[in-house]
Design a protein around this ligand. Structure first.
Ligand code: DGL
Length: 273
């Protein structure tokens, strides 16, 4: 039986709109309710305890709005707080971005042959995600001998928000951050943060030609569809998207548009306890 309730998506800010876009493409008939905790952004520089506390509050707000599933679009929250979110969500199913991203990276790495097949998988992420080694744990749980290297790229977040994705500053940051990845010979690189897909061309240019970049948004959307099964709406209609934020400003609207690739719909301001 089709479940008419919306899918809830949560991120620390508006970067997760890249995941919303992927879910909307995969399941166009679904209503989507997105919450960006913009008042508390960034999560990526905060302690696990704080991220877990913030994530619980955000998720409980989405639950009060009656969502049928929860998508944790934020890599940092998925890495540090997925168990807390699952507990908070009770019977509502939860999908984070780390699991689908890890599985997609491993599938790409397994397609490589020769010395490339032995190369480490590189994960680019916030400092908090790197410290948690969540991607490494997820990958090794499927392939215990796979080497994973984590590289924190904190400046990519403000660069993406500023729209500085293809200028000299972005290129210099990418060169510096990615030098150890090039040195290690990684052939598969995970964009383990909502903001990094916006810099994918600059990141690719700082890596040897043919390096495979993995963005978890599309694989997360596939997982959401599988999870919903018969509860997915497939009535051929176009679902509505509703955006909630905990802080709003003209700048935020601009940044949201950058992530969505079009002007953002009205942002509803909400407060979290
Ligand atoms: N959404 C975060 C992530 O994907 C990036 C921004 C932040 O640090 O809050 O890790």
């Amino acid at each position: 039986m089709t479940d008419e309730r919306p899918i809830g998506l949560f991120d620390s800010g508006v970067g997760g709109l890249t995941v919303l876009d992927a879910v909307a493409r995969r399941l166009p008939a679904e209503d989507l309710l997105y919450l960006g905790d913009t008042a508390r952004l960034p999560y990526g520089t905060k302690s696990p305890e704080t991220v877990r506390r913030y994530a619980r509050r955000a998720v409980s707000l989405l639950l009060t709005r009656g969502v049928k599933a929860l998508v944790v679009a934020c890599n940092t929250a998925s890495a540090l707080a997925l168990d807390a979110i699952v507990e908070e969500a009770g019977k509502v199913p939860v999908v984070g971005v780390v699991g689908p991203g890890a599985r997609a990276a491993l599938a790409r790495a397994r397609g490589l042959t020769g010395p490339d097949a032995e190369a480490p998988i590189a994960v680019l992420a916030t400092e908090a995600t790197v410290a948690s080694d969540a991607y490494g744990r997820a990958i090794r749980s499927l392939d215990p001998f796979r080497t994973v290297m984590n590289v924190a790229c904190p400046l990519f977040v403000p660069l993406a928000e500023e729209g500085w994705t293809e200028n000299d500053v972005a290129r210099a940051a990418a060169r510096l951050y990615l030098a150890p990845v090039v040195e290690a010979g990684a052939r598969v690189v995970v964009l383990g943060c909502t903001h990094y897909p916006l810099l994918s061309e600059t990141i690719a240019a700082a890596l040897p030609a043919g390096t495979l970049l993995v963005d978890s948004a599309a694989s997360t959307a596939v997982e959401v569809e599988a999870l919903l099964g018969e509860n997915a709406r497939r009535d051929g209609g176009t679902g509505e998207t509703h955006l909630l934020v905990t802080d709003s400003s003209e700048r935020l609207r601009r940044v949201a548009g950058r992530f969505l690739g079009r002007e953002a719909a009205a942002l509803e301001l909400v407060d979290l306890p």
